[in-house]
Design a protein around this ligand. Structure first.
Ligand code: AMP
Ligand code: MN
Ligand code: MN
Ligand code: MN
Length: 296
């Protein structure tokens, strides 16, 4: 079973890459992609662990990107982690994350009295990328919020006092970084954005027109009806489909690693990026080139 969207301690996941792989193997995953936020730092360790477990592995990343003013997530699968354009782009995003963390810490100090947020969030994230989820954890630990959802709703999401906009790259460029690294670009969790059907359709259409390869049709939190809808939208725009749990932590059993339905019948599944069964040898995946004419 494929799980092509997971997180480790390289960003906001709870498990180190090798522990994630071990859990994936125990959960019956046969092909795993590690897709941390704006980093591939966990990929080498995960790949080694996957080889030990005889598990198919795909090097991946989840890039924060802008569609207009809206942040969307673009998953890159089968990327060469050393490709120059991708490395440079991720490095810029990592700088943005560090700067944004200081700004968020400052705002949280003002908004709710969070003490010492900047240094504590760095300790919490360790070598990993700092995300808003780390701040949510601090807020809960300090008794300032009831749970993560509460922290996002009151403080961290757009329009709230501690939300800080980041100048993520435009999604067209995220797609280009991924392609230049030999990977396939997938629009992550299309039902995760609180979009109307019309807006979602426009995003998917723009993603396809920009050369995107796939749509993440099944996730740990999609309902079957959404997956059928996603499959129709992928087909309409000539995108392949992928499935990934978006695993972060064993504490969220509803999106445990491997806990994702198989793709609906009739969709065109994204071929395994690299075409090597996930042993980590990356070659550019076969991609349909977009033309200006109608797709047949
Ligand atoms: P960032 O990329 O730093 O803006 O952080 C985004 C991460 O925060 C997501 O990948 C989720 O892990 C987490 N997140 C976003 N929204 C929520 C929410 N409403 N409740 C809990 N976690 C969230
Ligand atoms: Mn996350
Ligand atoms: Mn995401
Ligand atoms: Mn994710």
């Amino acid at each position: 079973m494929n799980d092509w969207h997971t997180h480790s301690t390289a960003s906001d996941g709870a498990l180190a890459p090798d522990a994630l792989v071990e859990r994936a193997a125990a959960c019956g995953v046969t092909s795993l992609a590690l897709t941390d936020h704006d980093t591939v730092a966990g990929v080498a360790a995960a790949r080694r662990a996957a080889a030990d477990h005889g598990l198919g592995f795909i090097s991946g990343v989840e890039i924060s990107a802008l569609w207009g003013r809206q942040t969307v997530h673009v998953v890159g699968l089968g990327v060469d982690c050393n490709a120059p354009a991708l490395s440079a782009g991720l490095q810029r995003h990592q700088r943005l994350r560090a700067e944004r963390a200081d700004a968020i810490a400052h705002r949280l100090a003002v908004a709710c009295g969070l003490a010492d947020g900047a240094s504590r969030v760095r300790d919490l994230a360790g070598d990993g990328q700092i995300t808003r989820a780390h701040f949510a954890a601090l807020l809960v630990a300090d008794g300032l919020c009831r749970n993560h959802a509460d922290a996002f709703k009151r403080l961290l999401k757009p329009g709230r006092p501690a939300h800080v906009r980041a100048a993520w790259t435009p999604f067209e460029q995220a797609i280009d970084w991924i392609h230049a690294a030999g990977g396939a670009a997938v629009l992550a969790h299309p039902f995760g954005y609180r979009w109307s059907a019309t807006r979602r359709g426009a995003a998917v259409a723009d993603f396809a027109a920009a050369g995107g390869d796939g749509l993440e049709v099944c996730t740990g939190t999609t309902a079957i009806e959404q997956e059928r809808q996603g499959a129709r939208e992928a087909a309409r725009h000539g995108l392949c489909a992928t499935a990934g749990s978006d695993f972060h932590t064993p504490d969220q059993p509803w999106r445990d690693v491997g806990r994702v339905r198989a793709l609906p019948d009739g969709v065109s599944a994204l071929p395994v990026p690299g075409g090597d069964g996930g042993t980590g040898l990356v070659t550019p995946p076969e991609r349909r080139r977009r033309t200006n004419g109608p797709r047949t």
